[in-house]
Design a protein around this ligand. Sequence first.
Ligand code: MRU
Length: 374
Amino acid sequence: MAAGIGSSLESLRYARGSLQVLDQLKVPQAKEYIEVPDADAAWHVVRSMQVRGAPLIAIVSALGLAVEATARMGKAVAPKDAGGFLRERMQFLRTSRPTAVNLFNAMEALEAVVAAAIATCTTAEEIYLAYVKAAEDMLAEDVRANKTIGDAGADAILADMEAAGRGGSGARVLTICNTGSLATAGWGTALGIIRSLHARGKLEQAFASETRPYNQGARLTAFELVEEGIPGTLVCDSMVASLMQRKGIDACVVGADRVAANGDTANKIGTYGMAVIARHHGVPFYVAAPTTTLDPKTLTGSDIPIEERPADELTCLKLGGQTHRLAAPGIGVWNPAFDVTPAPLITGVVTEWGLIGKRGGDSNSFDVSGFLSG
Ligand code: MRU
């Protein structure tokens, strides 16, 4: 099974027994693919930020172990040892990065597959194969889910524009971080909505915020927009308020690393600020997230673990293997990689199962558990 994404950009190349990932630290200067032969290598590309984006982190972790499991097939191993090996590797894969729940959801689902295989299979090979097939299914499902999200999000934005008296006009959409083909197995989540609007001839302009300090907007989203011929404009994060004041943004669409049970959403740092500004300007604010990003076990945003990253991402500029210091040595630094947007600021969460809206009555929150079970 080979990954096909309907886009010229491939975050990964997979065929059974082989995985390569695009080194995102080299984009846009170079498109170089790295071999990922096992779980150790998968952990490393995620940890080092060569692979990024909540859905992609999960899929590369799952597939890295699938490649290793494929290589182990045919070796004489007791079934219980094969199961033990997979479980130990999955436990290890969970330790790469803490915030995006897709990784933990994927490992939990794969653990259930392995448990069922241990209970029913008579050989190690069958257990490995059950794992490999389940990981491959995740890859295919991510692309399918993203295309559905793209269409549903485009419908929602166009309906809002109609209601606002802008029906028939092209949409002006603002996004943050990278949520496109490079952050997923293909097509993208929030950028997938922008892609769907463009495919329908309904996009006037996509605005991408630079996304300091790691610059995913400048480095990755701008690259995707240019590569795909989608009209795009880059702005600094500090320009977002002026942009809404002066350019008439129709909607904000952002991705998510984790959506808590009440709808509070962790996403790249700067997302919360964008949502506050959107509320001030009456701009609809949509989160695009596959159901693998929903975390009903985490009740509110304050329970979401937020990764804090090294100080030199703020104090230095690293380019082309060179480091240039910006800030005085000795200055204190706080560098959280994500923030939490409270549910009341979110218009809706667009998933492949449809739009999660606010609960009726008094509440400004979402019923994520009810949505998943209903
Ligand atoms: O730290 P990164 O580069 O992995 O962060 C990526 C993001 O925060 C994305 O906005 C998020 O994962 C959205 S999912 C497509």
